[in-house]
Design a protein around this ligand. Structure first.
Ligand SMILES: [Zn+2]
Ligand SMILES: [Zn+2]
Length: 260
């Protein structure tokens, strides 16, 4: 909540320099949420960056969902349970959770952040990720946060690891250890984007290498990525980490693809 003076200052700045929405580019007035407003947490967190109509288009993921992979079920009634996919496919991670559905404004935001190199978006998107982390875990249940690594060529091309940028700052201030050098991606794999479920799994197999097994021995690891599509990338990372001696691997992503 903003103090009255801050509110006034913000109102003044809004009039003189109306902020533009990071996603659709329209100038919008940022009206700080009042106590009586019932905005969803996701809308409050992204308010200074996205306009109201873009914010409304962020679809959060709520129960009922798959206990393991976090897939939201189409039927909005009933209890959480294990989905068919998780029964059929061996998962090396324990649970995966995401801030929202990979569509609408969240998808747009991730694209702009990643490919448009708007690293300023790391702040609102990272805050969303942080909120999700504290909704499903507590600090004491995680020993180490690890981003899904990029191949060195892609890292050079992009200039940053988008996953790391989404949590490095807040993890540090919350005293949660993170290590971006645990895993390496020595193999340059074809982009997963245009591949089906089976091809993705085959394409990613053997793409990761464990660089420092001593860092992860017996540790509870939280693997972080921007998007969970079929889960094949995080599953392959989790496989390598578990094989290397991790106690447990959980997965946190900003968005999750949901087939419609
Ligand atoms: Zn907008
Ligand atoms: Zn599942």
């Amino acid at each position: 909540m903003l103090k009255p003076l801050q509110r006034l200052g913000r109102a003044f700045l809004n009039t003189v320099f109306p902020p533009t929405c990071f996603l659709c580019g329209t100038s919008h007035r940022f009206d700080p949420p009042n106590a009586d407003q019932t905005l969803r947490a996701v809308e409050q967190l992204t308010a200074p960056y996205f306009c109201a109509s873009c914010r409304e288009e962020i679809h959060t993921i709520d129960s009922p969902l798959c206990i393991q992979c976090g897939l939201p079920f189409i039927s909005r009634e009933g209890e959480d349970h294990v989905c068919g996919d998780c029964i059929e496919t061996k998962r090396y991670f324990r649970t995966a959770r995401a801030s929202g559905v990979y569509d609408g404004a969240l998808m747009e935001g991730i694209h702009v952040f990643k490919y448009g190199k708007k690293t300023r978006l790391a702040r609102p998107l990272g805050t969303l990720l942080k909120e999700t982390f504290f909704r499903f875990w507590d600090k004491q249940s995680i020993d180490l946060m690890v981003p899904v690594p990029l191949h060195i060529h892609r890292l050079r091309e992009r200039g940053f690891n988008q996953a790391l940028l989404l949590f490095a700052k807040w993890a540090e201030s919350e005293n949660i250890s993170c290590d971006p050098l645990v895993l390496k991606r020595p193999q340059k794999t074809a982009p997963q984007t245009n591949l089906g479920r089976k091809e993705r799994k085959k394409n990613i197999r053997g793409a990761f290498e464990l660089l420092s097994p001593e860092t992860i021995k017996g540790k509870r690891i939280l693997l972080v990525d921007d998007v969970y599509t079929t889960g094949s990338t995080v599953n392959e990372c989790a496989r390598v980490l578990m094989k290397g001696g991790a106690a447990v691997v959980d997965v946190l992503t900003l968005a999750r693809a949901v087939e419609k």
